[in-house]
Design a protein around this ligand. Structure first.
Ligand SMILES: C[S@@+](CC[C@H](N)C(=O)[O-])C[C@H]1O[C@@H](n2cnc3c(N)ncnc32)[C@H](O)[C@@H]1O
Length: 227
């Protein structure tokens, strides 16, 4: 039996209240999975996905990516990997409507998914939450088949002032930086796009393209496991 307690404790510090975080993810899903996301998906990821292939979403949260995926790829198998209890409840509710499977598992440990069992995968806003991103990327690489593709999307480094203005309510702009903003700055702004490329290539991925998003506060990486 795996022990998820260390990862849940790490997440509790990063996310605060689990239910609130889950609602925030649901409310902001349309911003992440926007036309640019689907353009990159169509160009780099969808060509590696057979009609009845398998998609894994690592750190799927409430599972919102699955709604559009089911419409675009009606016959594929959809699997989400998640650990946080409130996210699991929401993801399972949605998965029941979309014929998806949610696997309760910890990305900091070996995952209960077979080698080379996924054609394509996504990891959205999850890598920065990993104490050891190389382990998580290594698991994603292992689960993807040779020739498969991964769409990685995450925060990237930006100046503290820019980060603060993104996170602060407009009415509060100009007030002192609080401990919460500074803590999240350290977590969200740890890596540059080049660092993400370095981590991906160190794992064995080929980097197909890097796309900056939202004034370069985020980056999207189209990655392939060489065939
Ligand atoms: C910022 S949320 C993004 C959720 C989803 N990908 C989306 O974009 O809507 C990051 C997700 O990764 C999950 N996560 C973080 N650490 C994890 C771990 N060790 N194992 C499994 N899931 C994890 C969190 O619980 C959370 O649901």
């Amino acid at each position: 039996m795996s022990n998820h307690a260390p990862s849940l404790s790490h997440l509790r510090k990063h996310h605060g209240d689990f239910e609130t975080m889950c609602t925030q993810m649901q409310q902001s899903a349309a911003i992440r999975f926007d036309p640019v996301w689907w353009g990159v998906w169509q160009q780099y990821i969808a060509p590696c996905l057979p009609e009845d292939g398998h998609v894994v979403d690592f750190g799927c949260g409430p599972g919102d990516l699955f709604t559009s995926l089911r419409t675009r790829h009606p016959r594929v198998r959809l699997t989400g990997v998640e650990i946080q209890p409130a996210m699991l409840v929401a993801a399972r509710e949605l998965a029941a409507q979309l014929s998806a499977t949610i696997v309760e598992a910890d990305l900091t440990q070996p995952l209960p998914l077979a080698d080379a069992s996924a054609d394509v995968a996504a990891a959205v806003m999850v890598l920065h939450e990993m104490p050891n991103p190389l382990h998580a990327l290594g698991e994603m690489w292992r689960v993807l088949r040779p020739g498969g593709a991964l769409l990685l999307y995450d925060w990237v480094r930006q100046p503290l002032q820019t980060y603060q203005s993104m996170r602060t309510h407009p009415e509060q702009e100009g007030c002192e930086l609080d401990v919460d903003v500074l803590q999240h700055f350290r977590e969200h702004c740890a890596y540059t796009p080049d660092d993400l490329v370095f981590l991906a290539e160190t794992t064995g991925f080929a980097v197909l393209e890097v796309i900056g998003r939202v004034n370069n506060g985020f980056a999207m990486l189209a990655l392939a496991r060489p065939g």
